[in-house]
Design a protein around this ligand. Structure first.
Ligand SMILES: [Fe+2]
Length: 267
């Protein structure tokens, strides 16, 4: 967040300064008429999952032992060669630019994208993603492809929901009425979000989160990603199958869309 401070002289004897020490910038992009895109992405992801089976060795992640998520170091959704992926990539680059605008100048070379890692998660009955964060990435994102529930399905409690934890808070307490001494600060210690198809949510990579177990007869699909920027000076080559490095023309399109205030970004 841009450093916002306000000095207020209220007397000759004291100066009061209001300034947030920490804040958590986020961007939400909701696609208009998302259905054609998410249904295509679902087909593509299932096809790529089938192709991945029997391929590289699984790397367990956030409680998952097998499946497309566990090969996340070996592929990149943004590099798949489909027109729908190109459309998705445009939404992602626009979203990243909007996020960077919250924290600095989106044209600052230090905030230019070094590389993006992007993978798909398919959760089947009973599967979940345990609490984790994506440090040392700079900004991470979730995109919901499929909730796994029909419009008339009763969703058991928070099944398949994503929970984001207020930075630092999870280390202290479970908060709320569950703690011995609840405090007004407990009110937003965790934010539980119901999956919405076609929603892209960007957040600082240090924010811990989890996906509660999916309880249903279908499957839940999301796409996740980590974005790294030049300023990080990490010993990562950003080459090979794990990485996507955006093309200049696509970044330029994202810049123009942002300047024209394309209505797909709602907040
Ligand atoms: Fe995650």
């Amino acid at each position: 967040m841009k450093n916002q401070s306000m000095d207020m002289n209220i007397s000759n004897e004291a100066q009061i300064t209001a300034r947030p020490l920490w804040s958590t910038p986020t961007i939400t992009v909701r696609l208009n008429n998302a259905d054609p895109l998410v249904r295509s992405l679902e087909r593509i992801i299932l096809k790529e999952e089938a192709a991945q089976r029997g391929g590289s060795k699984s790397t367990p992640v956030a409680g998952l032992e097998a499946g497309l998520s566990t090969h996340w170091l070996k592929y990149n959704v943004l590099n798949w060669n489909y027109p729908e992926i190109a459309e998705f990539r445009a939404h992602v680059l626009r979203g990243v630019r909007e996020f960077i605008k919250l924290v600095g100048d989106p044209d600052d070379p230090q905030l230019a994208i070094s590389g993006i890692s992007c993978w798909a998660n398919i959760l089947r009955a009973g599967e979940s993603l345990h609490v984790h964060h994506h440090d040392p990435a700079f900004v991470s994102a979730h995109f919901q492809v499929k909730t796994g529930y029909g419009p008339d399905d009763a969703i058991p409690y928070d099944a398949g929901h994503t929970i984001y934890y207020r930075p630092g808070f999870i280390d202290r307490s479970h908060g709320g009425q569950a703690s011995a001494a609840p405090s007004p600060w407990d009110d937003d210690w965790q934010i539980t979000t119901k999956p919405v198809e076609g929603k892209l949510f960007l957040f600082p990579s240090y924010v811990r989160h989890e996906v509660r177990p999916y309880i249903g007869s279908s499957y839940r699909i999301s796409i996740a990603m980590d974005v790294f920027v030049k300023k990080q000076q990490l010993p990562i080559a950003f080459s090979g199958t794990r990485w996507h490095v955006p093309k200049a023309a696509e970044l330029q399109r994202a810049r123009l869309a942002s300047e024209q205030d394309d209505p797909v970004v709602v907040g």
